[in-house]
Design a protein around this ligand. Structure first.
Ligand code: GLC
Ligand code: MG
Length: 704
């Protein structure tokens, strides 16, 4: 198997990950690098490429500028150059993602092998992966890592305005990318069941049967149960300063000083249960601090409350809460707690995954954890403790006490945890489940046979111009004649059209305007492709785009929608369902899409001239057709100049193709202003195309 992983943002390299350096370089970065390594170790996997962004910026290490980095003999980080060279935060990468998809295609060509699986990580990669997978006919696997709808909900809860959420986080874009990825993906991998049930379920394209929970692997090499004597770490000395009787069992909690980690409920549980106070010590590790008064408001409040509660219940000599520790001390701390026959407690209001619980389990320390989130799965898998309601302090105190008192059960939990952590939470076990799930997908969707690394069909062509017909090629006869003669005189230049018209209508109008028959005709908004004078039709393309296309059901569902009226029969094609649309009477396009999705239908909706609405298969558009040709002929998108004027041209204008928008463009193209590699000509119609050819020096530079 050849697997492509895509993870767009942050700083990714094979050694010394700079985790926590910024918001984009954290858990996901570690996850994808470890996944790439672990997959490559499996004998069924022949190659893993982790695609990310190439960054050339003195502000970050030069490691991130290297195009190819070997992680293992079978796993590589492939850094693709797209967008500006400098390091950018993920929220501003959106305009460059089409270019990433084009670069990825070039990479695949250079490898000479179509991947068996494309696995995207996070919304941005989901966008790229969905395009690539559709184009190649390869199954897409997607992992959200964190989800936009959930994030928006939490930000709104915190009182952040919708406006800020939009401008700062580019939220709509993110959520749309997530919807698209979930729509195309054959498999969505989540880390916990709660993520599936509470978070993914907020999406229109939520398809629970396509989802699978496979928890990430954790590096358990540092976490093992106590054997022999326990090292005398500095942290142990720090604890002993707090505790009167260090021989008692240890009730241990480790978390950030964050309100949602709910440490104060644990203190209350302990403080109000006199038997528990006598029976055990409480050890709270809540980050490192120098001066509490200098901290941000969140941790400052949490730590101040902690000190006040200790005083209120008079817990001196019973509770340890060291100021600082080194992360290397933590494995010993779990072992110390296990040796004392103690317990690990995670009382968080909600816990997305629960890494500390797995570390505790691997150390032979039983757990008591919040019932909200990932701990559910952990206790289910490992059977090494109990879940609690994080709001009920009294019950928490009782549960801890009984866990400490039942020695028999304690021992069972301790040994279950050690076994369970290794069985369910190692990368090997992750890869076993992963490959099992992925094998089911292979051979399911029709693989496109479009990547032919060696031969191109039209070997003499080095560059190509692809023009829309109405209002782009046509409109200015003199300019058109000039354009045609330029194209004719350049033997290395191919000529194509991409139009909403069907084949015969396109041929007629071209003939009427004395335009020679093009090398390629992309007709019916990208759903049909014909070559050369014989007009040979590309049946591979037809088969490729047929995927998930249910024309009749779409037509039934849209029957009666206000503002929509079917176009005449000759405009209806096998893969194109076309309406006239009155935007004042019709619901917004987004609503129509939602309506389709609710009925499990999916289509590419293309809105042009504020008057036409075409429904196409999700794999079809003028833009997708142009990329298909690029791949088939071996022309990089940078060698294709495309020109258009209206909505159905958008997809071919974006990305690495050299885009030209003619001066008379229609308003739905306005938002393309400022996007990379889209030139807005002043001249109208063919005059604008000529201007675009000049702008990119398309004819001059490359002809000799
Ligand atoms: C052409 C087609 C029409 C389509 C429109 C927009 O006019 O004839 O069916 O809706 O282009 O793509
Ligand atoms: Mg047009």
């Amino acid at each position: 198997m050849y697997i492509i992983l895509i993870s767009v943002h942050g700083l990714i390299r094979g050694h010394n990950l700079e985790l926590g350096r910024d918001a984009d370089t954290g858990g996901q970065t570690k996850y994808v690098v470890e996944l790439a390594r672990a997959l490559a170790e499996h004998p069924d996997v022949s190659r893993v490429d982790l695609l990310t962004r190439q960054i050339i910026d003195p502000k970050v290490a030069s490691d991130y500028s290297v195009s190819l980095e070997a992680l293992t003999p079978k796993a590589y980080i492939v850094r693709l150059p797209f967008g500006p060279r400098r390091y950018l935060r993920k929220e501003v990468l959106w305009p460059y993602l089409d270019s990433m998809a084009d670069q990825a295609l070039q990479h695949i060509r250079s490898i000479g092998r179509v991947p068996d699986i494309i696995h995207s990580h996070y919304a941005d990669a989901g966008y790229v992966g969905a395009r690539l997978a559709s184009l190649l006919g390869v199954p897409l696997v997607h992992t959200g890592h964190s989800l936009g709808r959930e994030k928006r909900r939490r930000l709104l809860d915190q009182g952040v305005s919708s406006h800020t959420i939009e401008t700062q986080y580019n939220m709509t874009r993110r959520i749309e990318a997530e919807e698209a990825a979930m729509d195309v993906a054959s498999l969505v991998i989540a880390s916990t069941r709660q993520e599936v049930e509470k978070q993914y379920s907020q999406y229109a394209n939520y398809q629970p049967r396509n989802m699978q929970v496979i928890p990430p692997g954790t590096d358990l090499s540092r976490f093992h149960p106590p054997r022999g004597s326990i090292a005398d770490t500095p942290l142990r000395h720090k604890l002993n300063r707090f505790l009167r009787d260090t021989a008692k069992p240890m009730v241990l909690a480790i978390s950030r000083a964050d309100e949602r980690k709910n440490i104060h409920t644990l203190l209350r549980a302990y403080g109000e249960n006199s038997e528990l106070r006598q029976r055990a010590n409480l050890v709270i590790i809540a980050g490192n601090r120098d001066d509490i008064t200098q901290l941000d408001r969140g941790p400052r409040t949490v730590l101040t409350n902690l000190l006040l509660l200790i005083d209120k219940y008079d817990l001196y000599g019973h509770v340890a809460y060291p100021k600082d520790h080194h992360s290397n001390d933590i494995p010993e701390l779990y072992r110390l707690a296990a040796r004392s026959h103690g317990i690990f407690v995670n009382p968080a209001l909600t816990e997305p995954f629960g890494l500390t619980l797995i570390e505790a389990a691997a150390s032979g320390l039983p757990i008591i954890a919040t019932e909200d989130g990932g701990p559910h799965d952990i206790v289910d898998h490992c059977k090494n403790g109990l879940l609690i309601d994080p709001l009920d302090a009294d019950a928490l105190g009782e549960v801890i006490l009984s866990a400490l008192n039942d020695r028999q059960r304690w021992r069972t939990w301790a040994s279950n945890g050690i076994k369970g952590a290794h069985r369910h939470y190692s990368w090997q076990s992750h890869v076993t489940s992963y490959l099992k799930a992925v094998r089911r997908l292979l051979g399911q969707s029709s693989r496109a046979r479009m990547i032919r690394p060696a031969k191109s069909r039209l070997p003499t062509i080095e560059r190509m111009v692809v023009c829309d017909i109405d209002n782009t090629l046509l409109g200015d006869d003199a300019a058109l004649a000039e354009l045609v003669s330029k194209i004719n005189s350049d033997t290395a230049l191919g000529f194509g059209v991409a139009t909403g018209r069907h084949l015969s209508s396109a041929l007629n109008i071209l003939a009427e305007n004395s335009v020679p028959v093009p090398d390629v005709l992309i007709t019916s908004v990208g759903t049909e492709i014909h070559y050369g004078k014989q007009l040979r039709s590309d049946t591979d393309w037809q088969r490729h785009i047929d995927y998930r296309w249910e024309r009749d059901r779409l037509e039934d569902l849209l029957d009666g929608v206000p503002g929509l009226r079917l176009q005449p029969k000759e405009n209806q094609r096998r893969h194109k369902l076309s309406y006239y649309i009155d935007p004042d009477k019709s619901p917004p396009i987004r609503e129509i899409v939602r309506h389709l999705r609710q009925h499990n239908l999916t289509a590419n909706l293309v809105y042009s001239h504020q008057a036409y609405l075409d429904l196409l298969p999700i794999r079809a558009s003028k833009g997708q057709a142009v990329r298909y040709l690029a791949a088939k002929w071996g022309l990089p998108p940078r060698c294709i100049l495309v020109a258009g004027d209206s909505g159905n041209d958008i997809e071919m204008l974006r990305g690495d193709t050299l885009g030209v928008v003619v001066g008379n463009y229609s308003p739905e193209l306005r938002h393309l202003h400022g996007e990379p590699q889209i030139y807005f000509a002043h001249g109208h119609y063919a005059r604008g195309i000529l201007e675009g050819l000049e702008h990119y020096a398309f004819l001059v530079e490359q002809t000799k």
